[in-house]
Design a binder for this molecule. Sequence first.
Ligand SMILES: *[C@@H]1O[C@H](CO)[C@@H](O)[C@H](O)[C@H]1NC(C)=O
Ligand SMILES: *[C@@H]1O[C@H](CO)[C@@H](O)[C@H](O)[C@H]1NC(C)=O
Ligand SMILES: *[C@@H]1O[C@H](CO)[C@@H](O)[C@H](O)[C@H]1NC(C)=O
Length: 417
Amino acid sequence: MPDPRGGIPKMVIASLQRTILLRIGTSSECVIPGAICLDNHAARLPYPFYRDPYNGSFFNALGDTEVPSDKSWSLVADADFVIFDEKRGREILGEYPSVEYVFEVGPYLHESPVFVPGLNKIFFSELSPTTEQFVVDLNATPPTLSRFTADPPIYVPNGAFFHEGKVWYSTAGSNASVAGGPEQRPGLVTLDPYTLKTTTILDNYFGYAFSDCDDIIVDPVTGYVWFTVPYYSWWLEVSDIAPQLRSATYRFDPKTGSTVVVNDEMRSPNGIALSPDRRHLYISDTGAAGLSAPISLDVPSPGIQGILYNTTGKRTIYKFDLVDDGRAIVNKRPIHYDAIGTVPDGLKVARNGYIVTATGNGLSVLDQYGDMILRVQTNFTANNFIWTDVDDYREVWIVGQGGVARVKWNLQGQRAQ
Ligand SMILES: *[C@@H]1O[C@H](CO)[C@@H](O)[C@H](O)[C@H]1NC(C)=O
Ligand SMILES: *[C@@H]1O[C@H](CO)[C@@H](O)[C@H](O)[C@H]1NC(C)=O
Ligand SMILES: *[C@@H]1O[C@H](CO)[C@@H](O)[C@H](O)[C@H]1NC(C)=O
């Protein structure tokens, strides 16, 4: 990745055959050095062009599209920012945006990043058979990365949300014999970030184990906890029990203990996010990353494990309207088919209502109607992300397979409260 402050050398720019397809970040051109602006969303590529869905191991990014008659297209692959909407892209990025690789981590999926404002720390997890989680200490200069084990330990948390001083986790791991801890089934667990003490809040649905509690939000007004339940922990081999329940999204009331299904028509409900005005809820279906066959909503394929990627499968963000005093969602409509990345995994809504999702090699920023504004590109698969309060929530940390990166820009996150 080019240094965002250094940009692409002038000689390289001069030697490229320029077309109207894209403009390159220099002071006079696209927003900032290290950025690429796609004119008219690159709606018309010059023939011939071809984007192979796979590169052998997983997927090909937008920049891997072969456009032989426009040599400048090759710059898309290494750009820090790929901008589809220059006016709004400029507003989001501000004057000195940057994306910076900060920590190397293992090749596993990394998830549940959560910022704890009072501690100035980010907790996140690894989707591997472990009870250890990671913590980034932002008080140190430069920030440090270390591991911790909660008490009792949490077996493979996948989603996290900071609410009233506690971290609310949705847990994916399902294991009757966790090393150093009690039996654990997927559900909801709270963590006191100061003492690292945990409390199990929910661990079953009428006696059945949830297959995999993936992502979680807490509605700040009603206190209802919303969480998604796909089959991933089984496929990732962090579950010792085959799925017993259909994939679904639920609402849980911590005051009464009641759990209610709110959507049961997604193959792999995954990211979930609430708009700041609480009018809309977003849920992604990442069925494209799952088991190849049999693909059926009703058959979770007991007995077969492993994650495969299916380019024609579902990888869609759906928008809903929140009704019934914050209890139900209606008017499901797709607003983003995520072919630019892999699948829309981490999903959050910015303070201004824009939608941000972690997918493939970075983050996508869309407006509330699904129009693509820009991509932040990383050199690893981004699984999830979280804003910190730096500069009033203008800093984002991305966690993924092989790396942790920091983004500085002008797009503010919702406050952790
Ligand atoms: C269950 O936990 C044990 C001990 O921590 C671990 O060795 C094993 O891999 C786990 N099994 C599953 C399916 O997660
Ligand atoms: C990929 O997904 C499509 C659409 O859901 C499905 O029709 C097809 O069978 C899947 N391919 C494989 C290899 O499972
Ligand atoms: C990504 O970039 C960082 C920093 O330049 C480098 O240390 C790391 O090895 C790169 N990772 C991959 C997978 O290329």
